[in-house]
Each structure stands twice: as structure tokens, then as C-alpha cells.
Write a protein that binds this ligand. Structure first.
Ligand code: CA
Ligand code: CA
Ligand code: CA
Ligand code: ZN
Length: 625
């Protein structure tokens, strides 16, 4: 086993970044908002909070992390949000709820309950039981409740967190936000904080300067957050079962029920550490193994015929696919700019999914990798790739073999458990098969209908109609043109720029995810629930090395993706996968150094299972996947 040689901390700026394209699709305000959020702070206040989070996560900074965000607490709800369900119900049940400490509160709740019009003059209610977890991981996947398969017997499991650090979150699901000072957090083992040793049971929330710190990669999953703590390196010693407990307090000193989570604490040994150094990735764009031609089908849809040519046909397969889509054309000036916009958007999505900066470089909160595209000034030379090269590659463009075309395979990558090496996903039948993604759009009746206007077979491809050049200006307002056809063409252009790029970007991140070690099969701590059927918390059985948890997650397969979910924003790695990628979980077998790499590949069927959603007159039809 050779030592890993990585390019390491390359600091030369890349291209990409810049302002996000403003979505012209008025029916997708949520989409637009999500597209401009992520790691890109859009307001000074947001920027400050992102900075605070970055400071918190950067182990190299010795300053204390920011604590609390008073602005967030300005709108504390009134007493209308009382916790009556924890009062009278307990009395009716005989008050048997464990840890019930609110006997004094019951009478006033009972007395006031029928008279909703009168303000409640009684003491504030006892806070409810909070929800504690590590690394944002939902309770179904963090070991607090056993897992089952196909409704069978429960199996206990636990997560393993590294001594190098992790986060603890406390949530409150009733929509009320208590100040962080009313949250108590304690552990079952001694904790070392800034040279002091805290005994088990002593409050850690103050000592660790926990607060309402946003996680730039959390998206909507931080809903209800009342406290986040960074547990710095060395706080806890290795421990087979460390219990962390959170309690919410009322201002008068009373406390609610506690909630606990037990985790194993171990060192992140090198053979399980996916990022001993940051990964370096090259996305190639010039793969040319095929000639692609359009074929009209009797039902009005189109197919793409692929001829494999040993030396290619001189046109990158990616460009051929975009040409058959009608996105590129004989107008080379327009096409070059449109292609650049397309790739810029792909990169922006990929940066958001991995938590990279605008140059594709690591951030303190994201996945430790550098993402280069072929043609970037600092990009590694693909001709220099080897097992010891220090970078991995993935091809963007092309088709898989005929059998995989037929089954809708849109990508394939080497699986590298625990990311112990570099991979070449540019060889034939590996990479992101953009042609097969485009094929699925064109074979879809609605897709073919919408794209007819720009079809190279029966329409006028983008760039070839007077006025198309305005589409390259993100501020262009097509309603001022007075030309309905130009408006229609602009909607097609925008849809491709927003959604085709997303399908390509997510497939790219998905394939890279395999070569970064996702998704380990089996339950934690050895796996991350990859390949486990019949789990109660998954939306579908996604197969080995995949997982389909609720919402749009990068390592799911596409057959279950719904239109409503697409409106929820850019897909994310699920919490378990992201924690692994951020080195906040220890996954695998501790006592046995595994084989360097599993010699297997993952073929990824129909991940962007494209379909087209009809819109209303004010909502232009949108391509989603
Ligand atoms: Ca070609
Ligand atoms: Ca790898
Ligand atoms: Ca899902
Ligand atoms: Zn896959």
C-alpha cells in the first residue's frame, strides 16, 4: 500500500464563482432562494453568522467561538404557545410521565384551559423535552431508537464520533425559541475544556460556548435548533459509551424532561479517515468516444443513437449532447458563452453540495476537497493521472455501454471505502453520462414537446434565432422584447441553465460520493445504512452503496424523486453521509485495516429521473428531475 500523495493545500485561485444567475422561473421562488443561499452569504448579517460558524469549526483558531445570536431571539413567542399537552394530560394519565416536574403548573393550566380568551397570568410552563443529537443526525439514524427492517425485530446500534471533534445539537420541535442560556448540556464522562476538567454532569453548554450557530450546510434541517456546540478535539477521551444529555430550563429555574444520546468516542484512525489530506478532483469535459445522432420516433419523441468510434469524432461527447438538446448550435459565439454559463452553473451547484468556496476550494465547514474542471489554470493534467498521482478524475459527458443505456444508467464510479486512494472515473463506461441524461429528456413526451422549439431536427436551436444572444445577459427581461417566441425560447434556455445543470451536477457529486466512500453498507458504526432494505426511515430501497432518506439526497437513486421535493432546494448529502465527509464520524471496522479499496463500481440508474411538470400560465413549464 503506497502512501497517499495528494496535491494538498493548493491555494491558487480557480475560475468559477461570481454571481448566481437569477432564476427567471417565477413559479419557483423557493428554488431561487435556495439557489442563492448555501455557502454564499447574501446579507451582512448572514455573512457574520457564517463567519462565526467558520471560526467555530476552524481548529486552528484559538479565539473563543461566537456565542448566541441575539437577533434571532427578538421575536420570542407570547404565552399563547403553552405546553398544555404536558400538563392536564399527565394528570389524566395519573402523572406517570418519568421526570415530570411540573405538578405546580398543572392547576393553573387546568383552570385556564377552557377560557382561551383570557391571558394566562400563571407562571410560564415548564419547557418540553428537547431533542439532542450529534452532527445534526435525525433520531431514526443516530442510535437513540433501534432500527428495524421490514417491520422485524429491533436492532440496537450506535454512532461512533471521533476524538478530533464533532457537533452536538439540541432542538425544540414546538417552534418556541428559548435563549441558549436556558439549555443545559452535560456528559457522562469528564470533559476537558480549555485546560479545565469538567466533572460528569457539569454544564458543558456554557463551557463550550455553545450557541445558536448556523451550519451553512444545514439547509432546512436545522429547523428548531436551540443550541449547537462544537466539541473540540480532545474534549473527550475514547469512550465506548459516552452519554450526552440536554435539558431545557424555564426562567424561574424549573427544568423539563432531559433527552440523551449515547455515542462511542474513538480516534479517527488513518485507515478510516476519508481525508487525511484534502482530496483533489479533476472533472474532464473533453471525452470523445462516440458520435451521437438524433432520431425522430413515431410518437413525436426523440432518441439519441450512439456510435462508438475508437478515436472519437472530434467533438466532445458533452458538447454533442448539449447540441442535440438544442442548447448549442452553429452560432459558435453564442454557443461558447452558453456552454460556459452551463458549466458555471454546474460548478455552483457542486460547490454548494460539497460546501466549497466560489473557487472550488475547501471551506472550514465543507467537505475537504478541491474541485477543478478541465481547462482551469490550476487543474491537474489528466495525462499525469496514476494511482499515486494525488488526484482523482471523473468524466462529464458521454454514454455508457448499450445495456446501460437501455436501463437508464446515468453514471458509474469506483467505490473507495473510507476514501483511501485516488480513482480514475474517466475510463469508458465510467463517469457522468450526460448523453443518457439528455436522452431521457428527449424520450419523454413532454420533454420532446417543450424542446421542439429549439430542436436541431425540427426547430431552431438556441443561438440561431434573432435575439437569442440576449439570453446570455442575466438581467435580460424577455417580456420587453414584444416577441412571444423569444419569450418561449428564453424560458427554455433558463430551464436548461437551472435544471439540466442541476441534474448533471447532482449526478457528478453522486459519482464523486462513491469514490469518496459512500454509502457504506450496513448499520452504524460500521456502515451508514447503505444497501439495507425495509428500513422505516427511508423512502425506498436504493440498493448497495446508496440510500434514499426523506428529501432530496445526493446518494439516492432517481426513480423516487418527486416534483415537490425538487422545489425544496438543492439536494444535499444526508446527515450521516455529510458527517462522514466532514470527518465527524468514524465509519468502518476499527481493529482491522481494510483492503485498500473495494474493487467494485457502483452503477447509478436513472438518478435524475427526469420528467416534466406542467405549469400554469403564470408558471412556465419547468424541467425537474
Ligand atoms: Ca464525440
Ligand atoms: Ca477516493
Ligand atoms: Ca430521498
Ligand atoms: Zn450511485
Amino acid at each position: 500500500m503506497g502512501a497517499r500523495r495528494r496535491a494538498g493545500s493548493r491555494t491558487i485561485g480557480g475560475t468559477g464563482g461570481g454571481e448566481l444567475l437569477v432564476s427567471m422561473i417565477v413559479c419557483l421562488p423557493a428554488w431561487t432562494a435556495c439557489g442563492s443561499a448555501g455557502t454564499q452569504a447574501s446579507t451582512p448579517d448572514e455573512a457574520a453568522r457564517v463567519d462565526a460558524f467558520a471560526d467555530m469549526l476552524d481548529p486552528g483558531l484559538d479565539q473563543s467561538p461566537e456565542t448566541g445570536f441575539p437577533d434571532a431571539w427578538d421575536s420570542l413567542p407570547s404565552g399563547d404557545f403553552s405546553f398544555r399537552e404536558a400538563g392536564p394530560l399527565d394528570v389524566l394519565d395519573g402523572g406517570t410521565t418519568p421526570g415530570d416536574t411540573e405538578t405546580l403548573d398543572v392547576e393553573s393550566d387546568l383552570a385556564d384551559a377552557p377560557d382561551l380568551a383570557e391571558p394566562d397570568p400563571g407562571p410560564p410552563p415548564v419547557p418540553p423535552r428537547p431533542r439532542i443529537t450529534v452532527n445534526r443526525i435525525p433520531d431514526a439514524m443516530n442510535g437513540k431508537v433501534p432500527f428495524t427492517q421490514h417491520g422485524g425485530p429491533p436492532h440496537a446500534f450506535h454512532l461512533r464520533v471521533p476524538t478530533r471533534g464533532f457537533t452536538v445539537e439540541v432542538y425544540r420541535d414546538d417552534g418556541i425559541a428559548p435563549g441558549p442560556d436556558l439549555v443545559r448540556l452535560y456528559a457522562s464522562a469528564p470533559a476537558r475544556v480549555e485546560g479545565q476538567t469538567l466533572a460528569p454532569g457539569e454544564d458543558l453548554a456554557q463551557a463550550l460556548s455553545c450557541g445558536l450557530m448556523p451550519d451553512p450546510m444545514a439547509g432546512a434541517s436545522d429547523k428548531g435548533l436551540v443550541l449547537r456546540c462544537l466539541v473540540p478535539e480532545g474534549t473527550f477521551s475514547p469512550d465506548p459509551s459516552l452519554t450526552l444529555t440536554a435539558v431545557l430550563g424555564a426562567p424561574d429555574g424549573r427544568q423539563g424532561e432531559p433527552d440523551s444520546i449515547a455515542v462511542e468516542v474513538t480516534d479517527l484512525v488513518p485507515w478510516l479517515d476519508p481525508f487525511v489530506q484534502p482530496d483533489v478532483w479533476l472533472v474532464t469535459l473533453s471525452r470523445d468516444l462516440c458520435q451521437h445522432d438524433l432520431l425522430a420516433r413515431p410518437d413525436g419523441t426523440y432518441d439519441i443513437l450512439t456510435a462508438y468510434l475508437p478515436g472519437g469524432n472530434g467533438i466532445p461527447d458533452l458538447d454533442e449532447a448539449l447540441t442535440l438538446l438544442g442548447f448549442l448550435s452553429t452560432n459558435t459565439k453564442f454557443s461558447e458563452a452558453a456552454r460556459a454559463l452551463f458549466l458555471k452553473r454546474v460548478r455552483e451547484y457542486a460547490h454548494e453540495i460539497f460546501g466549497l468556496d466560489a473557487s472550488g476550494h475547501p471551506t472550514p465547514w465543507g467537505v475537504p476537497l478541491f474541485l477543478y474542471f478541465e481547462g482551469d489554470l490550476d487543474a491537474p493534467d489528466p495525462a499525469l493521472w496514476s494511482e499515486q498521482a494525488g488526484f482523482s478524475m471523473v468524466a462529464l459527458g458521454g454514454d455508457p455501454n448499450p445495456e446501460d443505456i437501455a436501463t437508464g444508467i446515468v453514471g458509474r464510479a469506483w467505490i473507495d471505502w473510507n476514501n483511501q486512494g485516488v480513482e480514475d472515473n474517466t475510463i469508458p463506461n465510467f463517469g457522468v453520462f450526460v448523453t443518457n441524461i439528455v436522452r431521457q429528456v428527449l424520450r419523454n413526451p413532454l420533454g420532446a414537446l417543450i424542446l421542439q422549439e429549439v430542436s436541431p431536427m425540427v426547430g431552431t436551436p438556441l443561438g440561431e434565432y434573432p435575439g437569442d444572444e440576449h439570453f446570455l445577459d442575466p438581467d435580460f427581461d424577455p417580456t420587453t422584447s414584444g416577441d412571444p417566441r423569444l419569450e418561449q425560447r428564453h424560458a427554455i434556455f433558463t430551464t436548461i441553465i437551472e435544471f439540466a445543470t442541476l441534474a448533471v451536477a447532482v449526478t457528478l457529486c453522486h459519482e464523486m460520493g462513491h469514490s469518496l466512500g459512500l454509502v457504506p453498507n450496513g448499520p452504524p458504526p460500521e456502515g451508514l445504512f447503505g444497501g439495507m432494505d425495509g428500513l422505516p426511515f427511508t423512502d425506498s430501497d436504493a440498493g448497495a452503496a446508496h440510500i434514499d432518506t426523506p428529501g432530496l439526497n445526493v446518494m439516492q437513486t432517481g426513480k423516487v424523486t418527486s416534483y415537490l421535493e425538487a422545489l425544496g432546494g438543492v439536494p444535499r448529502f444526508n446527515e450521516l453521509n455529510l458527517a462522514y465527509l466532514r470527518r465527524r464520524l468514524v465509519v468502518g471496522t476499527l481493529d482491522a485495516r481494510p483492503a485498500r479499496r473495494a474493487l467494485e463500481s457502483a452503477s447509478c440508474a436513472a438518478f435524475p429521473a427526469w420528467f416534466l411538470a406542467p405549469g400554469t400560465p403564470t408558471q412556465p413549464r419547468s424541467v425537474v428531475w
